[in-house]
Design a protein around this ligand. Structure first.
Ligand SMILES: Nc1ncnc2c1ncn2[C@@H]1O[C@H](COP(=O)(O)OP(=O)(O)OP(=O)(O)O)[C@@H](O)[C@H]1O
Ligand SMILES: [Mg+2]
Length: 244
């Protein structure tokens, strides 16, 4: 069984259909890159999976269970399918350590000691153990994003969602975040990545989905999608290349 199955997702905003019948599946241990032009519906798709947005139609099966059902505990789902945001979303008034502990305490009901131990482990994993007592405002963008990744990892998510995790960063800092993501990939963490960094997507993703005008234009093993690009994907790649 696929860990995640998206079936016939539709979503409109103010009468404009943004997702028009989107279907795909994700296997455990896989890294899926979602690529597409600005406005093609990538973030909307991720936000639906994370229950930040409710689709108008369709199903999202997580481990076979429909997470759009009425009785689902949304916070619990969000801890199991955890999102890393472009803008980090760290609490400015809390230390790095406290940022990594709060959801563990509130959602997973872990003891203070356990939450702290797990937070420190994951901060070490992203190379920031020494920043545990620092406040977010004293960190670089790349460091903030690595804290946000550590915070996500603390929830033992079954799937990590990344929405343009490096697009708010200076080029120097993009590398350090990409390296952390590569490491997670090698450990077999299941991920969905929305990015405009095409070369990185090509390197890290086992599968690629190209969203075009709200529809799945291409979906398959990354190698194949890039080697035999559809017309729309080829022109997207040419445009992205001209921007970089
Ligand atoms: N909450 C909302 N209310 C109204 N319109 C929205 C909302 N969220 C998204 N949209 C619209 O839906 C379309 C798709 O937006 P979305 O953010 O999913 O695109 P995207 O592919 O992530 O683009 P980008 O690459 O620029 O991040 C856009 O036209 C956007 O204006
Ligand atoms: Mg977006």
């Amino acid at each position: 069984m696929s860990i995640l199955e998206i079936k016939n997702l539709k979503k409109s905003f103010e009468g404009e259909m943004v997702l028009k019948d989107v279907s795909f599946s994700l296997e455990k241990g896989e890294c899926l890159a979602i690529l597409g032009n600005s406005g093609s519906g990538k973030s909307t798709c991720l936000r639906c999976i994370n229950l930040l947005e409710r689709p108008d139609e369709g199903e999202i099966l997580f481990g076979g269970q429909n997470i759009l059902a009425r009785n689902v505990d949304e916070n619990r789902v969000r801890s199991r399918i955890n999102m890393v945001f472009q803008s980090f979303n760290l609490f400015a008034n809390m230390s790095v350590l406290a940022n990594c502990m709060i959801a563990q305490r509130k959602v997973l009901h872990r003891s203070k000691e356990e939450a702290k131990r797990i937070a420190l482990e994951n901060l070490a994993k992203v190379g920031l153990a020494e920043k545990a007592d620092a406040f977010p405002s004293t960190l670089s963008g790349g460091q903030k994003q690595r804290v946000a990744i550590a915070r996500s990892l603390c929830m033992n998510p079954e799937i990590l969602l990344f929405d343009e995790p490096t697009s708010a960063l200076d080029p120097m800092m993009v590398m350090e975040v990409c390296n952390v993501m590569m490491k997670l990939r090698e450990e077999g963490v299941t991920m969905v990545l929305v990015t405009h960094q095409i070369e990185f997507a090509r390197k890290i993703a086992s599968k690629t989905l190209f969203l075009h005008e709200g529809k799945v234009d291409s979906f398959g093993p990354t190698k194949e999608v890039f080697q035999k690009p559809s017309k729309a994907f080829a022109s997207f790649l040419a445009m992205e290349a001209s921007l970089n």
